[in-house]
Design a protein around this ligand. Structure first.
Ligand SMILES: Cc1cc2nc3c(=O)[nH]c(=O)nc-3n(C[C@H](O)[C@H](O)[C@H](O)COP(=O)(O)O)c2cc1C
Length: 387
């Protein structure tokens, strides 16, 4: 039976033929090498966060105070990391979180397609962002048989929102992830210091510029007057959502609706009561508001509040397979990786991205093997302890 951990042998056996992997296996080296490869403005946008980045740094650091205790004399030679959610079976809990600048993370400007191809190659689902350099139809097609999700930044214009959701559904998305924390952009000093915001320079707007409902808002087609199209985008980008909008969101689609950005247990409880099909615990990687506690420290209370009624997705600070297993032990159903896969894209396009995903999966799988947890149920039973 093949295992994700087999990737380790592939690397070591390659070494016997004089081949070292072209991309690093650890996050620190990955980030350093990607930083050297990326244009400054793109690096600042991807690597930077809000304020002095305390929350962003805490997200990753906080995994360090969660730990697990191994079990011995257990046969974990065969492992099953698969999860069931929204009627799908994923090979593992890992998915790619929505990242709105993957399009410009690769030098050809088609990083969204590269991420989708990495999803196809690895079976790791991609949650495609509304902000994309290629339209959702093309991104979904590049995912092959790997299921994909669509993340919605809800436009102020309800027709544009409905159109984006309908297009994603028609393109094969398996769920709509509605991001709640980004109707306005948080205070990001790195980008402010260079007065650089990719969307205002016309990047990653393909889903809008190809959208019939969005185009109706324009006096002239975006091909003729791109500056006016960008101004319209900026004026209509972020709808403020409240619980009163849940019936409207529900009316847009038959797909499962997942609410992203939930950190408070009362919001988690309310989300399920109001009909959300999934709760996505995340603080947007510390990019939207500084001053919050680490997302992984919010997860236990969110899981408790949801009480198994719907799946709990998680991201923010995941840097390794160890982090993925810890999040599952705390109660996440599925775990999103963010910045690391963007760095993989920047270094090696789809190949670099797939390498990053395979390393995370291999580490998670081997950690489970060593620690005597053959299944995710065993991981959850083991639990994680906060020190
Ligand atoms: C450069 C960048 C762009 C992002 N764009 C989006 C987006 O378009 N939609 C969204 O819901 N979240 C977006 N996020 C947030 C991610 O989905 C995820 O919550 C975050 O990356 C987790 O933090 P981490 O990467 O530090 O682990 C973005 C994050 C980064 C780093």
């Amino acid at each position: 039976m093949p295992h994700f951990g087999d990737y380790q042998n592939q690397i070591y056996f390659g070494g016997l033929s004089g081949i070292v992997p072209p991309y690093p296996a650890d996050f620190a080296t990955l980030e350093r090498r990607a930083a050297a490869a990326m244009p400054r403005s793109v690096l600042d946008y991807v690597q930077g966060g809000c304020g002095d980045e305390t929350t962003q740094d805490a997200n990753a650091a906080a995994f360090g105070h969660w730990g697990m205790v191994p079990r011995m004399m257990v046969d974990a030679s065969a492992r099953d990391l698969s999860v069931d959610l929204f009627g799908m079976r994923w090979p593992s809990p890992l998915f790619m979180a929505p990242i709105g600048v993957t399009g410009i993370a690769t030098q050809d400007g088609h990083g969204d397609l590269a991420a989708a191809r990495a999803a196809a190659a690895t079976g790791v689902p991609l949650c495609a962002s509304t902000l994309s350099n290629d339209p959702v139809e093309d991104v979904s097609a590049a995912m092959g048989d790997t299921p994909g999700l669509f993340q919605l930044y809800t436009p102020r214009d309800p027709d544009v929102a409905a159109s984006l959701v309908a297009r994603a559904e028609a393109a094969g998305a398996k769920a709509i992830v509605v991001t709640l924390d980004t109707w306005v952009t948080g205070w990001r000093p790195r980008d402010l210091n260079t007065a650089s915001f990719p969307q205002l320079r016309g990047h990653v707007l393909a889903n809008y510029l190809t959208d019939p409902a969005f185009r109706k808002l324009l006096a002239r087609p975006p091909e003729e007057d791109p500056a006016a199209a960008i101004r319209t985008w900026a004026a209509t980008f972020g709808r403020v959502l409240t619980w009163a909008d849940m019936p409207w969101l529900r009316s847009l689609t038959d797909l499962p609706i997942v609410l992203k950005g939930i950190c408070h247990p009362d919001d988690a409880r309310r989300a399920v009561d109001e009909g959300a099909d999934g709760v996505y615990c995340s603080n947007h990687g510390g990019r939207q508001a500084n001053g919050g506690i680490a997302a992984i420290d919010c997860l236990p209370a969110v899981v408790e509040a949801v009480a198994g009624r719907v799946p709990v997705l998680f991201d923010s600070g995941v840097r390794s397979g160890t982090d993925v297993v810890k999040a599952v032990a705390i109660g996440a159903t599925a775990v999103g990786v963010g910045r690391p896969y963007v760095y993989g894209l920047a270094l090696g396009g789809a190949d670099g991205c797939a390498h990053v995903l395979r390393c995370i999966l291999a580490e998670a799988d081997l950690m489970m093997a060593v620690n005597g947890w053959p299944t995710l149920a065993a991981v959850r039973e083991a639990g994680a302890v906060r020190s």
